[in-house]
Design a protein around this ligand. Structure first.
Ligand SMILES: NC(=O)c1ccc[n+]([C@@H]2O[C@H](COP(=O)([O-])OP(=O)(O)OC[C@H]3O[C@@H](n4cnc5c(N)ncnc54)[C@H](O)[C@@H]3O)[C@@H](O)[C@H]2O)c1
Length: 283
């Protein structure tokens, strides 16, 4: 049996990722600072900012999937968010390298593009935003994600370990679909995240593919649903909230995502299959 250590398995996204690996016959360990509400696998209480603890919990693993983080800007003092997210990721990749683990997937964010938490009204330079779009955060959360992507590249350069960074859109676990009717008709809602979302089960399959596929080296991939989270066509959303953005690089006449997932589809052979329209009745 293959063994994977998943960090952050007690959080919002974690249970879907743990379940995905269990469903595919992995032995799973959840490395976390807190226990989950409903245990799906063994949890080892671990402070990921402590390198010794990270060595301990990763020993014997074939792959590591790193979700744990402070997942938002401004919930903590800036340096706390930065230090937690950056050191946890550094420790995981450092320990994984020295323990001979050859596959890792880490978690980045659409927030790394800087639009989400901008207090200065940063707009996308073009849409759909792909992985070549400049990453221009003001906040220490987005910055921590960029540093983590760079850590992944550095560790890959020195060790050859395959490390994929997944830039997630807004994560929606199935119970959260009940909130959708409160915003789907109002373009001003969710504009800073470019109305993106990703079902936690589709994110989970991307993590599994990221450690199962060979030959990826290091790559950063947007992970978003094919559609926006809105019942307003994407072109209308852009005209309403970002009228200055005229560089439109793909079809947006229907409900197409404004954060491109094409690269992940191509490199991982991944396909999102859970869409909010299948869960919410539209009156
Ligand atoms: N929720 C979203 O919409 C979203 C969007 C983009 C990216 N992300 C990223 O996805 C990942 C998961 O997010 P989430 O929404 O499930 O967050 P969450 O806060 O629900 O879960 C994160 C978990 O990480 C654990 N953790 C944090 N620091 C730790 C440490 N030092 N040691 C041990 N455990 C630690 C926490 O206990 C928590 O249970 C994060 O990396 C986040 O930045 C989330």
């Amino acid at each position: 049996m293959r063994k994977v250590v998943i960090t952050g398995g007690s959080g919002l996204l974690g249970p879907s990722v743990v379940q995905e690996f269990l469903d595919h016959e992995y032995e799973v360990i959840n490395a976390e600072s807190i226990k989950p509400d409903q245990p799906l696998c063994r949890t080892v209480i671990t402070d990921l900012t402590d390198l010794g603890q990270v060595y301990g919990v990763l020993e014997g693993a074939d792959a590591v999937v790193h979700l744990a983080a402070i997942p938002v800007a401004y919930s903590h003092p800036n340096e706390v968010t930065f230090q937690n997210n950056v050191m946890a990721t550094y420790n995981i990749l450092e320990a994984a390298e020295h323990l001979g683990i050859r596959k890792a997937a880490i978690t980045s964010s659409e927030s790394s593009y800087g639009i989400v938490f901008s207090k200065n009204g940063l707009e996308p330079q073009y849409v759909p935003v792909d992985e070549d779009h400049p990453q221009l955060p003001e906040d220490s959360y987005g910055l921590s994600k960029i540093v983590n992507e760079q850590t992944a590249e550095a560790v890959h350069r020195r060790s050859g370990m395959q490390i994929v960074s997944l830039r997630l859109g807004n994560v929606i676990s199935p119970v959260k679909y009940e909130n959708f009717p409160s915003f789907i008709h109002d373009a001003s809602k969710r504009a800073p995240i470019l109305w993106s979302y990703i079902d936690s089960r589709d994110a989970a399959s991307a993590y599994r593919l990221a450690v199962e596929k060979d030959g990826l080296g290091t790559a950063a991939l947007n992970i978003t649903a094919d559609d926006t989270s809105m019942d307003i066509p994407s072109k209308e959303l852009m005209t309403s909230q970002f009228p200055e953005v005229t560089d439109i690089r793909g079809p947006i006449d229907q409900y197409q995502t404004l954060v491109s997932n094409e690269k992940a589809k191509k490199l991982l052979g991944w396909k999102p299959v859970h869409f909010w329209r299948d869960h919410v009745s539209l009156q």
